[in-house]
Design a protein around this ligand. Structure first.
Ligand code: F6P
Length: 389
């Protein structure tokens, strides 16, 4: 067999270990040959590829990013072409099909998040034998318990929160750490718990500013004269909206979040009169060398993807369920978001330890509380847009 591989969407630590695993398994176990496309689907559209062998993937386990390059704008069905001051969008899926056939490929491994899986699902319908590998620091892909990249992002964020702790305590300040994660709070929740945050704010639980300020004041009354707040970039106040830092019109999901920490910091300082500082970790948590966990998860995922191809099980995405590897139809998970369920073990533990989740424990437990609404489709969430410079 001849297989292609590409990495799509935002990069994350662990992509290179997956590429390495795909190539080594394909060559060593099955004698397949492997073509690596550059910059996501753009490489298939433009026929920009390299042949991958054992030598080309040597030394990749510890390398962050992706040797193939990635793009979160190369949707083959809506490919942006610059024109005058803006863009026109073309359906370039026929070129994908033509190049796939010209290269004599039998299958394509797409390593990506919800957007990449959505494009992959569309191409599957046009006859490409597709296999997906779930990637994202956000950990928000439906169907799998975990994506690779998440563990490294949480580890980096936790390290940052540890460092913020010491300066917070020296200056008796409120320190806010904003982390990526888009519309899901997995990164904020996990790094907040691991870093010992006093307040953790997630997109899934719109917060009440008064509850947050009361928690900070209560800590001060107890003689704990600093507080750490970890906030996911998609968090919002009750009745309010997410803070958008930028619109990237050529990207399938144009919204770039960021800045809610600054908004919250100013409000906390105003209401509590306690000096407050904000750190936005941004892309730092997406970079660097993958943790051992992500290297191992990526290695398993890559191997499983090639086994799906060898068994001719196409149109499926590799998943981790409990401690078992399995696969689900790509079309079932494409374009969907997996939010943090409010009854998940980490929320329960955070509550038991007295961490404030932005609303009172009583309202968190009320079954009909609107905060319990879990959004499956991210597009529906963005009804009100607030654009900050
Ligand atoms: O999906 C990964 C992610 O890092 C999100 O957490 C974040 O909102 C977004 O990508 C940032 O995208 P970009 O790299 O285009 O700024």
């Amino acid at each position: 067999m001849k297989i292609g591989v590409l990495t799509g969407g935002g990069d994350c630590p662990g992509l290179n270990p997956v590429i390495r695993s795909v190539v080594k398994t394909a060559i060593n176990e099955f004698g397949f040959s492997v073509t690596g496309f550059k910059d996501g689907f753009e490489g298939v559209i433009l026929n920009n590829y390299i042949n991958l062998d054992n030598n080309s993937v040597s030394g990749l386990l510890s390398r962050g990013g992706t040797i193939l390059g990635s793009s979160n704008k190369a949707n083959p069905f809506k490919f942006p072409i610059p024109q005058n001051d803006g863009h026109v969008y073309l359906d370039r899926s026929p070129e994908v099909i033509a190049n796939y056939e010209r290269l004599g490929l039998d299958a394509l491994v797409v390593i990506g998040g919800d957007g990449t899986m959505a494009a992959g699902s569309g191409l599957e319908e046009l006859g490409i034998n597709m296999v997906g590998v779930p990637k994202t620091i956000d950990n928000d892909l439906l169907g799998t318990d975990q994506t690779f990249g998440f563990d490294t992002a949480v580890t980096t964020a936790t390290d940052a929160i540890d460092k913020i702790h010491t300066t917070a305590s020296s200056h008796h300040r409120v320190m806010i750490v904003e982390v990526m994660g888009r519309y899901a709070g997995w990164v904020a929740l996990a790094s907040g718990v691991a870093g010992g945050a006093d307040i953790i704010l997630l997109p899934e639980i719109p917060y009440d500013l008064n509850v947050i300020c009361e928690k900070i004041k209560e800590r001060n009354r107890q003689g704990k004269n600093f507080s750490i707040v970890v906030i996911g970039e998609g968090a919002k106040p009750e009745g309010g909206s997410m803070v958008i830092s930028k619109m990237v019109e050529t990207s399938p999901d144009a919204i770039r979040l960021g800045g809610i920490g600054n908004q919250l910091g100013a409000q906390i300082e105003g209401l509590t009169e306690i000096e407050t500082r904000v750190t936005i970790l941004g892309h730092v948590i997406r970079g660097g060398s993958p943790t051992a966990y992500d290297r191992i998860l990526g290695t398993h995922f890559g191997r499983e993807a090639v086994h799906l191809i060898a068994n001719k099980q196409f149109g499926r995405m590799v998943v981790l369920k409990g401690n078992k590897f399995d696969s689900v139809p790509i079309k079932d998970v494409a374009g969907k978001v997996r939010n943090v369920p409010l009854d998940c073990p980490l929320i329960r533990s955070a509550k038991s330890l007295g961490v404030c989740l932005g609303i009172s424990n009583e309202s968190l437990e009320k079954p009909n509380n609107p905060n319990h609404q879990i959004h499956e489709n991210k597009i529906n969430q963005i009804e009100e847009k607030e654009v900050t410079a």
